[in-house]
Design a protein around this ligand. Structure first.
Ligand code: BG6
Length: 287
């Protein structure tokens, strides 16, 4: 059942699953945001009629199970859990967030979501925190991340917006990584330097700890996607043929239709936050 919350905002169970989503519709865009993870699943710009984001057809949309596609948030760690316990890429994408505010503006909608520590998060990561994500859906998609340390001790965190952009992988070129140092996660974490505009013709898993925060993804039949952010790191990932066979939520050959260009604070760009300290990041995505 669809429930209208405000002009241009409704709530429903996604594809009749148990997961709630908010549907946003205004003059510039049509977007879908899951309360689990405060995860943008779809962002369609009306000027092109095309979705900038890829969402896997293999998702089962079960509570607490990470949704493959859209923009999952990796937090409070990026990558496998420390000490090998806890979920890959942190717990934020598996938790249901609280939608605390919705503002209807003339040409956009602004939605705020909150995630606060609880008994379960404290067993996985022993720190008290509050994280607010503000998602603005208009001509562009803008996401703001605001984290406060509510603990008595400093903590170190890493995070990333693990965006799955819709592309045709065989013709994809990523601008903005030239001359940057990267860590090749497929080759024993060796450190290398990217030379050219990046094109992908095999499995890729690279961490660029420090970037300039401006990127463009070009791909045939798809309008350019522009990304700007004040976060420092980027990650480029595509599982290609063999790895995607091991990922049960990617259906045959669908790995050809996306590239993950992830942005955040990863690896040596992880941040220490002192008690009561607040830190803010943003990302802008547009076609
Ligand atoms: C990328 C990592 O960010 O996410 C990869 O660099 C990882 O190593 C990929 O395989 C997918 O992770 P997950 O947990 O969503 O399957």
């Amino acid at each position: 059942m669809t429930k209208t919350l405000l002009a241009g905002v409704s709530q429903e169970k996604y594809l009749n699953s148990d997961l709630d989503v908010l549907i946003i519709n205004n003059q510039h865009c049509h977007a879908v945001i899951a309360l689990q993870g405060a995860q943008v699943l779809s962002f369609k710009q009306k000027k092109s009629g095309k979705d900038l984001l890829w969402l896997s057809k293999g998702n089962t949309y079960q509570p607490s199970k990470a949704i493959r596609g859209g923009i999952p948030l990796c937090f409070p760690w990026f990558g496998p859990a420390h000490m090998k316990t806890g979920p890959s890429h942190g717990f934020a994408r598996n938790k249901v967030w609280q939608c605390t505010n919705i503002f209807v503006h003339e040409d956009s909608h602004l939605l705020q979501f909150k995630l606060r520590y609880d008994d379960q998060t404290l067993t996985l990561w022993p720190f008290k925190f509050e994280l607010v994500m503000t998602i603005q859906c208009g001509e562009l998609l803008r996401i703001d991340f605001e984290l406060v340390n509510l603990d008595a001790h400093p903590f170190l965190f890493t995070f990333a917006w693990h965006s799955y952009f819709k592309t045709q992988i065989s013709t994809t070129a990523i601008h903005g990584l030239q001359e940057l140092e990267y860590i090749d996660q497929l080759k024993d974490q060796t450190q290398k330097q990217e030379q050219n505009i990046l094109q992908v013709d095999q499995e890729i898993d690279r961490i660029y700890p420090i970037t300039k925060g401006k990127f463009c993804i070009q791909s045939e039949d798809i309008s350019n996607i522009y990304i700007s952010t004040n976060t420092q790191s980027a990650v480029v990932w595509n599982p290609w043929i063999e790895k995607s066979k091991t990922l049960l939520d990617i259906v045959t050959d669908d790995w050809k239709n996306f590239i993950c260009l992830e942005n955040g604070q990863v690896g040596k760009a992880g941040q220490v936050l002192n008690p009561q300290e607040k830190i803010k990041y943003y990302i802008n995505i547009g076609g």
